[in-house]
Design a binder for this molecule. Structure first.
Ligand code: AMP
Length: 188
């Protein structure tokens, strides 16, 4: 039986969930695993995975579920994830949520908390464009938001239907205030 915490960050791009996942990871002493970061590292390394996902990532679309399942299975099997983990950016589809449930079932665990970090859309767009990442044209920013609404937002209802798993966090506050809200949700 796995006794560490298994946490998931859910929320639209630029909600601040990556920053918060990293901070929570430091606090809890378990790894924050960002699939977006893993994929960006693969692109930077120019390896097979990176070559496969490069164009899809630049378009704002999602990498296919089968490939993501492989990436995540391999990552979660590593030693540092054996006492719990925080996922940032996975799952993003119903199929990915099924895969995660399967992986957790295999170690006698389940998703303990889903931290849904939200902010108004105009704030998300402003943050994205302000940050000036090379692949973030306004068109791609809008596409990422559309893909989130279509493919990922339905996960909110799924987790909302699982007892008290889902915690809604107001991401439109200072970083410290968001962190405190997350700690309260994780420790409750
Ligand atoms: P992120 O940094 O989480 O916003 O991810 C950046 C990009 O990587 C996304 O726009 C997707 O193209 C891809 N990506 C990251 N995580 C996933 C995932 N779980 N499923 C599919 N694509 C993903």
């Amino acid at each position: 039986m796995a006794d560490g915490k298994h946490l998931v960050f859910l929320g639209p791009p630029n909600s601040g969930k990556g920053t918060q996942a990293a901070r929570l990871a430091e606090h809890l002493g378990i790894p924050a695993i960002s699939t977006g970061e893993m994929l960006r590292a693969a692109v930077a390394a120019g390896n097979e995975l990176g070559k496969t996902v490069d164009a899809v990532m630049k378009s704002g679309e999602l990498v296919n579920d089968e490939l993501m399942a492989e990436v995540v299975r391999e990552r979660l099997a590593q030693d540092d994830a054996s006492n719990g983990f925080i996922l940032d950016g996975y799952p993003r589809t119903g199929s990915q949520a099924d895969t995660l449930d399967e992986i957790l079932q295999g170690i006698g665990a389940s998703v303990d908390r889903v931290l849904l970090v939200e902010a108004p859309e105009d704030v998300l767009v402003e943050r994205a464009l302000g940050r000036g990442r090379a692949d973030d044209s306004e068109e791609v920013v809008r596409e990422r938001l559309r893909v989130y609404a279509e493919k990922t937002a339905p996960l909110i209802a799924r987790y909302d239907g699982q007892g008290d798993v889902l915690a809604r966090i107001d991401g439109h506050q200072g970083i410290d205030a968001v962190h405190q809200a997350i700690l309260a949700a994780v420790e409750s």
